[in-house]
Design a protein around this ligand. Structure first.
Ligand code: SF4
Length: 391
């Protein structure tokens, strides 16, 4: 069911004014701002809590601030919410929002309710540079990175819609996955800032254990995920380079031996954590018993879990989903080797909200407006000096 937006939030109009947006600013940035306004430092904390823990959008209602300060904030600043262009609800309860940001760029966000948890899938970019063959987002031109503010606005809008600005124990969104549109490790700085605010006890207050960042395998940045303390997932999808080069073209830059070395050296494995390997099941492409055995050999020695994802078709997709019997046989081989290998139940297929189905109509912008994403250079690669052993 698609509903056109009737709820473009009032604060969206503020985006078109000269006012400066505060949503997405860190504690330190807010502190600098209130000191500049000749206010005591604790005002920064009040604004931080108001925006990120209480979901406030109007300075007028921040009643713990003096009236004069509320007025000044209102004249100079705003608290952003993207416009909701459309929202869809699947027959299984999954919800998808198409959001539009100040410059017109659009991204999708998906909420998946389950009995014991509610998971929000966030986008980190508009479009994606990586063109994974099975992924609908990969067929969309890359537009730009999302800012920390825009990543957090996806949570805020979902919380608004679900009436979920409550104490952490009662809330509907319990888990966050960065598995929507884009490669989060090609937008690391903004993703890291958003995660810091998401996990701040006086901010969104999500447990780091319940946040998962998924990468297609940007090897040099994998150790950085460890510094954020969130869970790491690798979009693997193939057990050898020849096939992965086709399915996940980034593999040509960072082949499997480099990727597996980065996983084996991943610092947080020492803290009894596991890496999740995602494996989309494609009929007669990557689903044979031999490939299951090859996968087991590939990840041997890595504390891991393998999520088997039935392929979610989209118009013009070059693949079909594996049969149930083939997926079960594949799972059995991985499980026999000692790895958890749950076969995921697709959610939100009828509204194109399932894994790999997200795509918006955002067009490539003029070059001058694009935020160019350069893959990290050789120099940016972590070395043994950084405490990471490669090779
Ligand atoms: S699977 Fe992820 S990294 Fe690959 S094209 Fe899709 S959004 Fe990009």
């Amino acid at each position: 069911m698609v509903s056109p937006a009737t709820d473009i939030t009032p604060s969206y109009s503020s985006l078109l004014t000269e006012k400066k947006g505060l949503f997405g600013l860190s504690r330190e940035e807010l502190l600098e701002l209130v000191v500049g306004l000749k206010q005591p430092p604790y005002r920064a904390r009040q604004i931080f809590q108001y925006m990120y823990a209480r979901g406030g959008t109007s300075f007028q209602q921040l009643s713990s601030l003096p009236l004069a300060l509320r007025k000044e904030l209102d004249q100079k600043f705003y608290i952003a919410r993207a416009a909701v262009v459309s929202k869809e609800v699947s027959s299984d309860g999954t919800r998808k929002w198409l959001l539009q940001f100040a410059d017109g760029a659009k991204a999708e966000t998906v909420y998946i309710p389950e009995e014991s948890r509610g998971t929000l899938c966030l986008s980190s970019q508009v479009g994606c540079t990586l063109n994974c063959r099975f992924c609908h987002t990969g067929t969309q031109l890359f537009v730009r990175n999302l800012s920390a503010s825009e990543i957090l606005q996806q949570i805020a809008i979902t919380k608004d819609a679900l009436d979920d600005w409550q104490t952490p124990e009662k809330r509907k969104i319990s888990n966050i996955v960065l598995m929507g549109m884009g490669e989060p490790l090609y937008n690391f700085e903004q993703v890291a800032q958003a995660l810091t605010i998401m996990t701040d006890a006086e901010g969104f207050c999500f447990s780091r254990r319940k946040i998962t960042l998924s990468t297609a395998g940007v090897v040099p940045n994998i150790p950085l995920v460890g510094t954020l303390g969130v869970q790491l997932a690798i979009s693997l999808h193939a057990s050898n380079d020849a096939l992965r080069d086709k399915l996940v073209p980034l593999n040509r830059k960072y082949p499997l031996d480099e990727l597996m070395q980065a996983c084996r050296a991943y610092p947080r494995l020492k803290n009894a954590e596991r890496i999740t390997f995602e494996y989309v099941m494609l009929e007669d492409i990557n689903d044979s018993p031999q490939q299951a055995q090859e996968l087991v050999r590939l990840i041997r020695g890595i504390p891991a879990k393998v999520n088997l994802i039935p392929f979610n078709p989209w118009p013009g997709a070059p693949y079909r989903c594996s049969s149930s019997s083939r997926m079960r046989a594949f799972a059995a081989i991985v499980q026999k080797a000692g790895y958890a290998a749950p076969l995921r139940v697709p959610r939100g297929r009828d509204i194109m909200a399932a894994c790999g189905q997200l795509k918006t109509a955002s067009l490539r912008m003029r070059k001058s407006l694009q935020c160019k994403v350069e893959p990290p250079t050789e120099k940016e690669r972590p070395t043994e000096k950084d405490g990471v052993a490669f090779g």
